[in-house]
Design a protein around this ligand. Structure first.
Ligand code: SMO
Length: 751
């Protein structure tokens, strides 16, 4: 049942709880995901994967597979002659890109690395034949700990940290060991490519179709114009589909080689084994404070696993964690260093939050430890240290510019809406009476992406509007939100706006859907396009109606002036034919790009009350309250969905999820039998409250998709620490499983 926390008064399109226009199609089974596409004569590709994490590849035996029924081809590394590798985003200075061969050649470097690709007439035939491929592997040692090669370094420094610690009235330190977790979209990875024509057409389940096309062009040695990438319906991504995979390249190469459509759909286990993973960092930090609880210094060492290879976004999590670590607090004296360490597991890349959750966890755990050390109320300690409103835009010690926030407002709302003082007293009284119950807070910021996005908007001959955005979609309701922007700006009906995205042929070059940037940046681009088209419409309508431009009104029923009106279709018919055909057959058309001047920074505050069952260690989330500030809210229902979805994934990370490898590098959590994903019954109700501090971008919106993964785990963790009391569970780490909590409860409190 939708809550009304985000409802907005007034009759405008922006701010309306408009039902998702995508849903009737998706909910009635008319969605078209990659695996639903079945071109005539489609071949099926199945990978044979390495069963060791690090080994010399002595031999691959494919004879039997080649002779198996229905097999068209079996490829190994020697068949491929590729021109390059997928790009790595070199966002920090010191990066050694580690690409992954599309098929292992000579050495296996990652568990589950593709070694051979079997193409057959059916998926079953390909699977059966894949089992006939054998390989000879000579295992190599797997470096652990400090023996792992360092492939990325970054640092952020400001002020004299040593002096700050020397002069501190109190210091606290924490170590956060983050489990590796799976982004886990409902639809696993999938790729289909058709190599029958001059254009190689690829349907990828991707967040970044345009970048995938650039990668393919470079790697296959083809010109951009001969490749078309389409993201059809995408069933979730969460960062795990933001980079091209070796598997995608293999499918495209095989389609071109065989001049046929070729499809691969990952199984759930293949995704757990070889899709990019998130978090996994070991982050240590210490905080120096004055006697009255003012933060005076921060030292942090962030160690990120990179896995065996680097996807495009490989350095993003560590970079994000480092650059935003001071978070919502005034803190000028910092010494933060991050490293990326190569190993032999799946690649680590962005996953919902991408470093922001780790930063929030580290900082918010420090804040609660500091509150304990100084015997200050944790909410009061935060209040004393937040960046005050007058300081925005705020240049942080790590060189970031926080555009806007009302952090005091977040804390005030949380305090008021939860009845904080009474709630805290109640929880303390219950704990004093022997219950393991605790209250935890978190305060976070969420930078929402940089760069540019494109938008086009056309008036069509039938009087409807076609909008294209360079940002794609994977279930967020992008079409709904974009149509609301166009409808609001032009004064037309949202239903009259068709939104296209995710096709390199029909949509302009775009950055894609990631970093919570699509509404802030892509939406701003669309707002500009709508304003530009509105100006063209007004000028043309003035001529058509024989009135001054100022007299023209745009509305759902067409263009009008006092005493005159033309419906949209009639107006379109009256326009002079364009000098040259316009994209999509439009009669008026505009194309805009918006480049963000800086990042939009969302912010929020969470409160959790958690009770641990003394007999079983099972944590029960008794209460969750959350104030989020995502700037101007376009559609409260979409925002609520994003917040709650992020919350479910944040809760999963905090309480149950983790990818586990044994000492030989084997994955022990290769299926849903072993990898614990939250189910509906695990997800508690949350009381949502909104605050709207507009971003200084044309639309005023900030990101919202990752917030739940950022604020929720830290609040849950702090609540659990509070429940255990100051002396138990000092080395507690996520996931906070019942076993870990039961053991922590059983600890003898230190004297
Ligand atoms: S995982 Mo997000 O695209 O920073």
């Amino acid at each position: 049942k939708p809550s009304d926390a985000f409802a907005r008064p007034g009759g405008s399109w922006i701010g309306q709880r408009l039902l998702r226009r995508e849903d009737p199609r998706l909910l009635t089974g008319q969605g078209r995901y990659v695996d639903d596409l079945a071109p005539e004569g489609c071949l099926h590709l199945v990978f044979v994967r390495a069963e060791e994490a690090h080994a010399r590849l002595l031999e691959v035996e494919t004879q039997a597979a080649r002779a198996a029924p229905g097999v068209v081809a079996v490829f190994t590394a020697g068949d491929l002659h590729l021109q390059g590798h997928a790009a790595v985003n070199l966002l920090v200075e010191d990066v050694t890109p580690v690409p992954l061969e599309v098929l292992a050649q000579g050495t296996v470097r990652a568990l589950g690395q593709p070694v051979a690709a079997v193409v057959a007439m059916s998926r079953d035939a390909a699977r059966d034949a894949a089992e006939l491929v054998s390989m000879t592997l000579a295992p190599l040692p797997i470096p652990q700990g400090e023996d792992r090669p360092v492939v990325m370094r970054a640092a952020w420094t400001g002020g004299d940290v040593d002096a700050a610690f020397a002069a501190a009235a109190a210091t606290v330190s924490v170590t956060c060991r983050h489990a590796l977790v799976a982004p886990f979209p409902m639809e696993p990875r999938a790729a289909l490519a058709d190599g029958r024509g001059d254009t190689l057409t690829a349907w990828f389940s991707t967040q970044t179709p345009h970048r995938a096309r650039e990668d393919l062009a470079r790697i296959l040695g083809r010109s951009l114009g001969t490749i078309r990438v389409i993201a059809p319906d995408v069933g979730g991504a969460f960062g795990g589909k933001a980079s091209i995979y070796p598997e995608d390249v293999m499918v495209a190469w095989a389609a071109a080689r065989l001049r046929a459509p070729v499809k691969w759909c990952a199984t759930r286990s293949e995704d757990l084994l070889s899709a990019t993973q998130g978090r996994g960092a070991v982050n240590r930090a210490e905080l120096a404070l004055s006697a009255d609880g003012i933060l005076t210094g921060l030292r942090a060492r962030l160690d990120y696993p990179q896995g065996a290879w680097m996807p495009y976004s490989a350095v993003v999590p560590a970079r994000n964690a480092g650059r935003i670590l001071p978070g919502p607090y005034l803190l000028e004296t910092v010494d933060i260093a991050a490293r990326g360490l190569q190993d032999h597991r799946a690649a680590v890349g962005i996953y919902r939050g991408a470093g922001r959750p780790e930063a929030a966890m580290l900082m918010e755990r420090l804040m609660d430890e500091a509150a304990r050390a100084l015997a200050l109320d944790p909410l009061e300690l935060r209040r004393r240290n937040i960046i005050p409103p007058a300081r925005f835009p705020h240049r942080s010690a790590t060189g970031e510019t926080l555009d806007s926030a009302d952090l005091a407002g977040l804390l005030d709302t949380l305090e008021r809406e939860t009845g904080y003082p009474a709630l805290k007293a109640q929880v303390s009284a219950r704990r004093a009476a022997g219950e393991a119950v605790g209250l935890g807070l978190s305060l976070y910021v969420e930078p929402c992406g940089q760069g540019w996005e494109s938008a086009t908007l056309g008036l069509m001959p039938d009087g409807s509007f076609t909008a294209t955005t360079g940002s794609s979609a994977q279930g967020q309701g992008r079409e709904t939100a974009i149509s609301q922007i166009v409808a609001e700006t032009l004064g037309v009906d949202a239903g009259a706006v068709t939104v296209l995205h995710g096709d390199t042929e029909t949509t302009p070059n775009g950055t894609g859907a990631l970093a919570s940037r699509s509404t802030a940046i892509g939406g701003s681009a669309m707002l500009r396009a709508a304003r530009a088209l509105g100006a063209q419409v007004r000028a043309a309508a003035a001529r058509a109606l024989g009135v001054p431009e100022a007299a023209v009104t745009l509305g759902p029923d067409g263009v009008s002036a006092p005493g005159a009106r033309l419906g949209w279709e009639a107006f379109a018919a009256r326009l002079p034919a364009p000098a040259a055909p316009l994209p999509g057959g439009a009669v008026l058309h505009v194309s805009e790009t918006y480049t963000a001047a800086g990042e939009a920074w969302s912010s929020g505050a969470c409160l959790a009350v958690v009770r641990i069952d003394a007999d079983t260690g099972v944590p029960a989330v008794e209460r969750l309250a959350w104030v989020d500030d995502a700037g101007v809210v376009l559609n409260p229902m979409l925002v609520q969905g994003q917040l709650e979805g992020g919350m479910a994934q944040g809760l999963g990370e905090a309480l149950m999820e983790g990818l586990v490898y044994d000492g030989e590098g084997q994955l022990l959590t290769g299926s849903l039998m072993d990898y614990a994903l939250p189910r509906a019954a695990d997800v508690p109700a949350v009381a949502l409250f909104k605050q709207e501090t507009p971003a200084p971008n044309p639309i005023g919106a900030k990101g919202v998709g990752e917030a739940g993964c950022i604020g929720i785990p830290a609040a849950l963790f702090n609540a659990v620490r509070d429940a255990l009391g100051p002396d138990r569970g000092r080395d507690l780490q996520m996931p906070l499983t019942p076993e870990r909590l039961w053991r922590a409860l059983a600890e003898e409190p230190a004297p």
